[in-house]
Design a protein around this ligand. Structure first.
Ligand code: GFB
Length: 315
């Protein structure tokens, strides 16, 4: 069943985040009535507040991009917040969506849901076939629960709820705070600082050998809208590019983009995390979607956004 977004009340839950803000950009011009709720309006970790707000606004289509997120350090040091907030958000929104008869809902997981040593590239059916990566297992458990909620509500109640598993994301609107961020915004901020101060080296966490796949968030938003329109099914769908790089290669590319000519030093006291997590995107490609923004081009755009927003990022 193909869903038409035009004329629909479409709620982007988490519209201020990296993914939510990209979804808002992507959905402009689709002819839908966009609904958003700030944290001050509704705390999505509260079932009563979530049901009340959704009951008042009656979304017909929901993108669940609201989540407590962060990089390897934030995941490793705030496990209770990651598991509690994300379980509550998924449970509250998905249950209320069923009760209120939402026509279609898309839930976003994360590539860390897969076993630490999953076969590469990772197919969708690798889910729950092995142990999780310890640095993000609490986040992963909450995201697995969100996916399973969609499947369960589809099976028992016939709800058209689907889920997508994006690979590591980056782009405008990212979090550049070094204690919370993922690797790309962290490296952009560090290299920029080094160029500005004339430092001769930049510290990169871990060994530089882990491999990661990176998707520009505007590509992700496009894929999510595509899946919302064209996909219905029990299984989650991987969203990525199908190619990866080592953290060292990534650091060299970010250095080139930012114009840093000094030395890279690797801080072995920081965790590497999963050795590799490259998604198998055959199913998404077969449905008819492919990414557009290459890594270096995406990094350039993200660095331009960072420079244009330096004042607000400092504030
Ligand atoms: O992006 P990142 O924090 O998350 O780290 P994960 C990726 C790799 O980059 C790790 C290395 O091997 C880091 O050690 N790295 C190098 C750095 N320098 C830095 C730096 O300055 N900052 C950061 N943050 N990393 C996350 C999960 O795992 O992936 C989340 O923790 C989520 O749950 C997300 O799933 C997509 O890729 O390791």
């Amino acid at each position: 069943m193909k869903i038409d977004l035009a004329g629909k009340r479409v709620w982007v839950a988490g519209h201020r985040g990296l993914v939510g803000s990209a979804l808002l950009r992507r959905l402009q011009g689709e002819g839908c009535a966009l609904l958003t709720a700030s944290h001050a309006q509704v705390d999505l970790t509260r079932q009563d507040r979530t049901e009340e707000w959704m009951g008042d606004t009656r979304p017909q289509v929901v993108f669940v991009a609201a989540a407590t997120v962060g990089g390897i350090h934030a995941n490793n040091t705030r496990p209770a917040e990651f598991i509690h907030n994300n379980l509550a958000i998924a449970n509250n929104i998905i249950h209320a969506a069923h009760r209120l008869g939402v026509e279609k809902l898309l839930y976003m997981g994360s590539s860390c849901i897969y076993p630490r040593l999953a076969p590469q590239p990772i197919p969708e059916d690798a889910l729950l076939t092995g142990c999780l990566e310890p640095t993000n297992e609490f986040y992963a458990v909450s995201k697995i629960a969100g996916i399973k909620l969609c499947t369960a509500y589809r099976r028992q109640y016939g709800c058209d709820f689907i889920s997508a598993q994006p690979t590591n994301l980056y782009g405008p609107g990212d979090n550049f705070d070094l204690t919370q961020s993922h690797v790309i915004p962290a490296l952009i901020a560090k290299f920029h600082q080094a160029v500005t101060t004339g430092a001769d080296h930049v510290m990169v966490w871990g060994s530089g050998t882990p491999r990661r796949e990176f998707l520009h968030v505007d590509d992700l938003a496009d894929a999510l809208v595509f899946l919302m329109r064209h996909y219905e099914g029990d299984s989650h769908i991987n969203v990525g590019t199908g190619t990866d790089v080592t953290i060292r290669e990534l650091a060299e590319t970010v250095g080139r983009v930012v114009g840093f000519q000094g030395e890279l030093r690797f801080d072995a006291s920081k965790p590497d995390g999963t050795p590799r997590k490259l998604l198998n995107v055959d199913r998404l490609n077969a449905l008819g979607w492919r990414y557009r923004v290459g890594l270096e081009e995406g990094l350039r755009r993200t660095y331009q956004w960072f420079l244009a927003n330096l004042d607000s990022l400092r504030g």
